[in-house]
Ligand binder design. Structure first.
Ligand code: AKB
Length: 332
């Protein structure tokens, strides 16, 4: 077991919900402190050590880091693309000030490592649609994207100037059965599974042909741990790494779901999130992550769809009657 003490900020979010148990399996439960601005509740029940504080309160952050002898921070708190467009200044304040607070504390208290998530939202209309390269061009259209590209520069700055070992990944849309995403443009790719199982019908807020880069959560958790476990000399990029998982359109995902639920009906009613999706690449080039620290995705659309439906089917008891393939007896 490794002697690190890790603080995960934003532990109740989609990624935090799965990253905390993965880190605890690696470092021991007592050595991973989950934290969030929210108090624990039956809806976000996390076992093990937990502290509640606001990362925008730098003094509170300093106290938590000192009191728990923290050596690494994973900063996952953020406002995502769609919600960020409703509250632009709030999104900027949260996304930027949280990062500056964490980088300052990491510098002052000589932390071993910091993880901070960036996003495909750093890309924009002038970025290539297909296999979008690591080095841009970047012209984000959302406040979320602007905060992510600015944050990448801050990460690089703290590494170059103060030697803070900060590492980052540009996540695509994340797909998981444990926690719901909150306020993103890629959220449809999680919602669709719940609605398919509950009602056999889904109305998608994106056009049927809008391809976006996505990733199944087990791949995203593994990417995060692999990046953070890699020796520092391998991490050549201190802005953020592109990582690719799987790219698909809503129509392709609906088709994959029909393998298990043949009568599934998909409707389309694009809303304001369509223009955000239109500004993002269809797919991502991740050769730099492969070259530097060996990143390779494992899940394609078929395996991801199968696992999502199988895990979620238990929550929707009528599913077994509608689909032989999702009957509990088939995958028990
Ligand atoms: C969002 O849709 O805002 C996020 C992201 C791609 O970073 N899921």
């Amino acid at each position: 077991m490794k002697q690190e003490k890790i603080l995960v900020i934003g532990a109740f979010g989609q990624l935090g919900t799965e990253l905390v148990p993965a880190l605890r399996a690696l470092y021991g439960e007592a050595n991973v402190i989950a934290s969030d601005v929210r108090e624990p509740s039956p809806l976000n029940s996390i076992q093990g050590p937990y502290v509640s504080f606001d990362v925008l309160d730098k003094k509170a952050l300093e106290t938590v880091v000192r009191r728990h002898h923290i050596t690494q921070i994973y900063l996952l708190a953020a406002m995502l693309s769609a919600t960020g467009e409703q509250f632009p200044t709030k999104a900027w304040d949260l996304n930027m000030q949280s990062l500056i607070n964490v980088l300052e504390v990491a510098k002052d208290q000589h932390l071993n490592k910091v993880f901070w998530p960036s996003s495909i939202a750093v890309f924009g209309k002038s970025s290539p649609k297909k296999d979008c390269p690591q080095d841009g061009p970047f012209d984000p259209t959302t406040v979320y994207g602007i905060s992510k590209i600015a944050g990448e520069h801050w990460c690089n700055y703290y590494f170059q100037k103060y030697g803070v070992d900060v590492r980052s990944i540009r996540y695509p849309g994340l797909i998981s059965y444990t926690a719901m995403p909150g306020g993103g443009t890629t959220d449809y790719a999680v919602d669709i599974f719940h609605q398919a199982l509950a009602k056999n019908e889904y109305t998608c807020f994106l056009h049927h042909q809008t391809a976006l880069p996505m990733m199944y959560m087990p791949d995203a958790v593994r990417a995060t741990l692999e990046l953070m476990e890699a020796p520092a000399y391998l991490i050549k990029n201190r802005h953020s790494y592109n990582i690719a998982g799987v790219s698909f359109t809503p129509a392709e995902l609906a088709e994959a779901i029909r393998t298990y639920l043949p009568d599934f009906v998909m409707n389309y009613r694009p809303d304001s999130r369509q223009s955000i999706a239109d500004s993002w690449p269809d797919s991502i080039d991740d050769t730099a992550a492969f070259r530097d620290w060996g990143w390779e995705a494992r899940y394609g659309i078929s395996a991801m769809t199968r696992e999502m439906l199988q895990h979620l089917a238990a929550r929707y008891p009528s599913t077994g009657e509608r689909s032989e393939l999702l009957h509990p007896a088939v995958f028990a």
